[in-house]
Design a protein around this ligand. Structure first.
Ligand code: ZN
Length: 461
């Protein structure tokens, strides 16, 4: 039987606030155990928590765009949807809610104290603000989940509320999944996968669990509601707890927490502080600069890419050239070198970089030569000011190029014959051969013109 999966995601996003949710303790990582604590985040009786305005602000920034803000009540934001690119098209995935919560302490066990086994607890993380974002069970394919998480990561980085790195624990994800015969509407029994710690892990863990549920149903078994842990290294699932404990979290209202009132003014301020959002930037790049959807979506993966592209355009580079270079060249170098856009801009200052790109446009340097110059600057520490403004001078003079053109014609009689017999597509190949001989410094248009002229003459005897 064909089955379809029904998947919902619950994401926890660690906010990059300086202090914890309800006290002034630092939210930073890496301190010695139990040094960033106080009576509030230890939950001692009599402590008076105060809500962190920056954390609520971050939730509002994400929530304003994605849903309705609910006042005087939990959760902070309800409904809404996150648009993301999936399978080459834009899709919106509906949300149930976004709310703010606190991270917990971390336990280490068992350890030894003398000859006794002990557990130790570090409360440094306790009280660090997290955003919880829960989707409707709208996903049918595991690839949709990765597309959603990639889009969510882009958004939280874009809004500068979190680094959103799953591998580093800035973003964590649980997934619930059930399967049902394709074409039916009744939901099957769902299981929950906990603490998936990479986008790839979410996809693989879900695939493993969907396969497990299929095998169980096909063997005539029923699916038990359960919480599972996925071990990405060994592609293995383990049951963490079964149904009877699943809801035994003992939730109760915290009597010491102040009632949070989010005023209309506060919401309006958060709305005003929102930057242009990633999908808005993409659309604008497409319409304002006539970029292809593909290039716009690559440049639109990061606000800093958009900024670099627009700074280059302001410095006189054709916007399409700037966008293509950011999308096809700059990002590859950034990933290869493991740096960010700021690091790239330090090594490759804007003014000489813009000069280099305008020299390509005016035919003073070929794109290939420009790429080599960029590598010289990035990898060999060459000076961008001198190399970009005068290096890699393109060759366009007949005196230099004509001997190369004639040599290529002499060495490639087969393609030359085909061209003369009307198969003009071989011209591109011959242009490429001349470019190679010139060390990629020849101006392609001049080479093309010279080839056409030479080839139209009667075959040399
Ligand atoms: Zn504290």
């Amino acid at each position: 039987m064909a089955y379809e999966a029904v998947i919902g995601l619950e994401c926890h996003i660690q906010l990059n606030t300086r202090s914890k949710m309800f006290c002034d303790c630092p939210a930073a990582f890496g301190a010695e155990a139990n040094t960033n604590v106080c009576p509030v985040c230890l939950g001692l009786p009599g402590a008076l928590p105060r809500a962190n305005r920056a954390a609520i602000d971050s939730a509002l920034r994400l929530g304003i765009d994605r849903g309705e803000i609910t006042q005087y009540d939990r959760p902070l934001c309800e409904g809404g949807a996150l648009p993301v690119g999936s399978g080459g098209r834009q899709r919106s995935f509906e949300l149930i809610r976004i709310h703010v919560e606190e991270d917990t302490g971390k336990s280490f066990h068992p350890e030894r104290f003398g000859d006794r086994p002990v557990s130790r607890v570090d409360f440094n993380r306790a009280g660090v603000p997290l955003l919880e974002l829960v989707t409707q069970p709208v996903f049918r394919e595991t690839a949709e989940c990765s597309a959603f998480l990639t889009g969510l990561r882009r958004l939280v980085r874009w809004l500068a509320i979190s680094d959103g790195d799953m591998e580093k624990g800035h973003m964590r994800c649980d997934a619930n999944v059930s399967i049902r015969p394709a074409g039916t509407t009744q939901l099957g029994t769902k299981t929950e996968l906990k603490n998936l710690n990479s986008i790839r892990g979410v996809e693989k863990g879900l695939a493993a669990e969907i396969a497990r549920q299929k095998r169980a149903l096909e063997a005539g078994e029923t699916i038990e509601q359960a919480t599972l842990l996925y071990d990405a290294d060994h592609d293995k699932l383990a049951v963490m707890r079964s149904k009877e404990y699943a809801h035994d979290y003992r939730y109760f209202p915290e009597p010491d927490l102040p009632l949070l009132r989010v005023s209309a003014v506060w919401i309006a301020q958060a709305r005003e502080s929102l930057p242009e959002l990633p999908w808005e930037a993409e659309r604008r790049l497409e319409t304002e600069f006539a970029l292809s959807g593909e290039v716009a979506s690559i440049v639109g993966t990061d606000r800093e890419y958009v900024r670099l592209m627009e700074d280059l355009a302001r410095a006189g580079v054709q916007p399409r050239t700037a966008a293509n270079w950011v999308a096809n060249v700059v990002i590859a170098h950034i990933n290869r070198l493991g740096i960010d856009v700021g690091g790239f801009r330090e090594r490759v200052p804007l003014a000489p970089f813009a000069t280099l790109l305008t020299r390509i446009e005016s035919g003073q340097v070929t794109a290939t030569a420009a790429k080599s110059l960029l590598e010289e600057v990035l990898d060999q520490g060459a000076d961008p000011f001198t190399r970009f403004t005068s290096g890699g001078q393109a060759v366009s003079g007949d005196d230099v190029l004509l001997p190369l053109v004639r040599a290529v014609i002499a060495e490639n009689q087969g393609p030359v014959e085909q061209y003369r017999n009307g198969k003009t597509a071989t011209l591109g190949f011959l242009v490429g051969q001349v470019m190679k001989k010139s060390g990629s410094q020849a101006v392609a248009q001049t080479v093309r013109e010279l080839l056409v002229r030479e080839l139209s003459e009667p075959a040399a005897t």
